[in-house]
Design a protein around this ligand. Structure first.
Ligand code: HEM
Length: 211
């Protein structure tokens, strides 16, 4: 009898390990740190979300472009709904005229451009961006939304209930793993996840400077 094949390594685990240090750095960065500490409020959070919107839009567009790929089909649904959710939250926080009132920092466009350029030849790097943005949203952003509502009162933000957030996060990690089975070389995906975290940190710092 031949030996059992080794288990397929989990891409979600590899992504988590690879971005652990950067995750801690992101939590301590710019406007994110200020929000956690209560030194910044709804206006700063609105500016942060506004500056992530180009990245969410670019991600949805690139996932759509690769929509025929089975791996992309496994992970596209969550990220696809995020831009609309973000727009609703920004409007709830900053009012109807937010698009004119809230400035875009250059780092926001750079992040969106990166999502487009890194996926010019292959859909693989999109797994890293989907992992970072969607699980970041279900975890860190859900915490920030709850903190803001606790300190500043209900704001009709699309906060995910804690239990549903956990279930969705674990289902999404499984989807990333299934999509990972279509990836021949995970190295560029892991590298791209580092880039996604670094760009989020740059946005967080720039938004803090602009707030
Ligand atoms: C104040 C900011 C943040 C807080 C408080 C926070 C908190 C958390 C928590 C509690 C978890 C769950 C950890 C676990 O299940 O072991 C998590 C997971 C995660 N966060 Fe954050 N986070 C923050 C910012 C960010 C940012 C800026 C990003 C993206 C750049 C991000 C991306 C992620 C990802 C991808 C995961 C999933 C890890 C995995 O299970 O593979 N987070 N975060």
């Amino acid at each position: 009898m031949p030996p059992c094949p080794p288990p397929i390594p989990s891409l979600a685990d590899a992504l988590r390990d690879r971005t652990k240090t950067l995750h801690a750095a992101a939590e301590r960065s710019g406007v994110l740190h200020a929000l956690v500490r209560g030194h910044a409020g709804p206006a700063a959070y609105a500016l942060y979300l506004r500056n992530l919107l180009p990245a969410y839009r670019a991600l949805a567009a690139r996932l759509k472009a690769y929509g025929a790929e089975p791996a992309v089909q496994l992970i596209a649904e969550g990220p696809n709904g995020q831009a609309a959710r973000l727009r609703r939250d920004i409007a709830a926080l900053a009012g109807a005229g937010w698009e004119r009132a809230l400035p875009l920092v250059p780092a926001a466009e750079a992040y969106a451009d990166r999502i487009v350029s890194c996926s010019a030849a292959s859909w693989g790097p999109l797994l890293a961006h989907a992992y970072t943005r969607y699980l970041g949203d279900l975890n860190g952003d859900a915490i920030l939304r709850r903190l803001l509502e606790k300190r500043h009162g209900a704001m009709s933000l699309a906060a995910v209930p804690r239990d549903r957030g956990r279930q969705s996060a674990s289902a999404y990690r499984q989807a990333i793993d299934m999509a990972g089975a279509f990836v021949t070389d995970p190295a560029p995906v892991l590298l791209e996840a580092e880039a996604a975290f670094r760009m989020t940190i740059t946005v967080s710092e720039a938004v803090q400077a602009a707030a």
